[in-house]
Design a protein around this ligand. Structure first.
Ligand SMILES: C[S@@+](CC[C@H](N)C(=O)[O-])C[C@H]1O[C@@H](n2cnc3c(N)ncnc32)[C@H](O)[C@@H]1O
Length: 365
């Protein structure tokens, strides 16, 4: 890794999109989707087969999942082009076993030969060094049934917009903060995207970046990775999907009773403040402001998402700061993070408060 790091362009460094997902993280998520892959064309469009564990996962599980086709494309300017991760490293033995002692690189033909199912041959593995936005990749996207990858974070909005435009099924990795994007939240609200199994994860990625803090190093080491090999801890990661998983149908058990003292109403919107999702009252059917962790438990048969109480999305549902200018200024002085579209309530002591981040939800009857 050492030498190749020096070859990283300043632009790539600034963008910091190179975070390679570990195989165990991919396995942990994709085990919840197995039945979706049978007979399907899977497209990993930010993935160099020589580097990507997404490619590796699908190549190794091609027959087990019953895939029809696997297509991988990656971006020509990716700095991973200069080097290899551990794709042929520690798992070499296993791969050799699968491929009848042949090098892993030709595993795909060997999978075909071993099973005689004709499903995979080398033409089926297409390595195209193009942006996911290129015409060629869009053509491949049209052929695909399910897109699975960890896309570049800096292009997350565009990436998701393209999946939605072409009406594709997907399982992708993103940052938790993406939930708050004005392009992404409405998709969650309208049940076009939901959270996969993994929510608010702290991931260890392999990267070409070295600038980690001591605390980051300690974490990486505690998980059994060597930070000197470019492993970095990245918190607040989650999986986004539009494939149905059982979690989405689990009903939250609600046990608390509503009372106006414990659940103050917002001063600027007709909703009650619920500080943690375990406290969602079982007998309240109006609007409620809940933390983002709600999305991990969101079952659309149980709840409706009314909106995000933040900036333009908050304003669009009518979350207005209906305080006098004087009240507003003194509140802002104490709560510098307060923005238009955020809720305000008065706590038990009469003090004005702004909760950290709130999604407005409502029970379905
Ligand atoms: C977060 S990394 C993940 C890599 C791989 N999918 C994985 O999970 O290990 C995102 C990758 O997308 C690549 N990338 C950046 N812009 C791209 C584009 N326009 N089209 C396709 N890939 C792109 C980056 O170079 C980077 O390798």
């Amino acid at each position: 890794m050492g030498n190749s790091n020096k070859t990283l362009s300043a632009a790539n460094k600034a963008k910091q999109d190179e975070f390679y997902t570990q195989l165990s993280d991919i396995e942990n998520e994709l085990k919840h989707y197995k039945e979706h892959f049978k007979g399907k064309v899977v497209f990993c469009n930010c993935d160099d087969p020589y580097e990507s564990n997404f490619f590796k996962y699908f190549a190794m599980n091609f027959n087990h999942l019953g895939l029809k086709k696997l297509i991988c494309t990656c971006y020509a300017t990716s700095p991973i082009m200069y080097k290899q991760l551990t794709l042929f490293g520690e798992e070499e033995e296993l791969c050799e076993e699968i491929t009848n002692k042949k090098p892993y690189k030709i595993e795909i033909t060997e999978v075909k030969d071993m099973n005689g199912d004709g499903a995979v041959d080398l033409q089926d593995i297409e390595l195209l060094l193009k942006s996911f936005r290129s015409d060629e990749c869009v053509e491949l996207l049209k052929q695909a049934d399910i897109v699975v990858t960890n896309p570049p974070f800096s292009l997350f909005r565009e990436y998701v917009a393209q999946l939605i435009e072409y009406n594709k099924k997907f399982v992708i990795i993103g940052r938790m903060s993406a939930v708050h994007y004005k392009e992404i939240f409405p998709l969650i609200q309208n049940n076009k995207i939901w959270i996969g199994s993994g929510f608010n994860l702290t991931m260890v990625y392999k990267t070409p970046y070295q600038n980690t803090t001591e605390q980051n190093w300690r974490y990486v080491k505690s998980k059994g990775y060597n930070p000197e090999d470019g492993y970095i801890k990245v918190p607040a990661i989650c999986w986004f999907t539009n494939l149905d998983i059982p979690k989405r149908h689990e009903t939250m058990i609600l046990y608390k009773d509503y009372n106006p003292e414990e659940y103050p109403k917002y001063l600027n919107f007709n909703a009650i403040e619920v500080g943690s999702i375990g406290e969602i009252p079982c007998d309240y059917f109006g609007n409620m402001g809940v933390p983002d962790t709600f999305l991990d438990k969101y079952n659309p048969e149980q709840f409706e998402v009314v909106g995000l109480a933040e900036s333009s999305l908050g304003i669009s549902i009518g979350m207005s700061a209906n305080l006098t200018e004087e009240q507003l200024q003194s509140f802002k002085a104490e709560n510098p993070s307060f923005r238009r579209g955020n809720p305000i309530y008065r706590d038990k002591n009469g003090k004005l408060r702004k909760p950290f981040s709130r999604i407005i939800i409502k029970r379905r009857k």
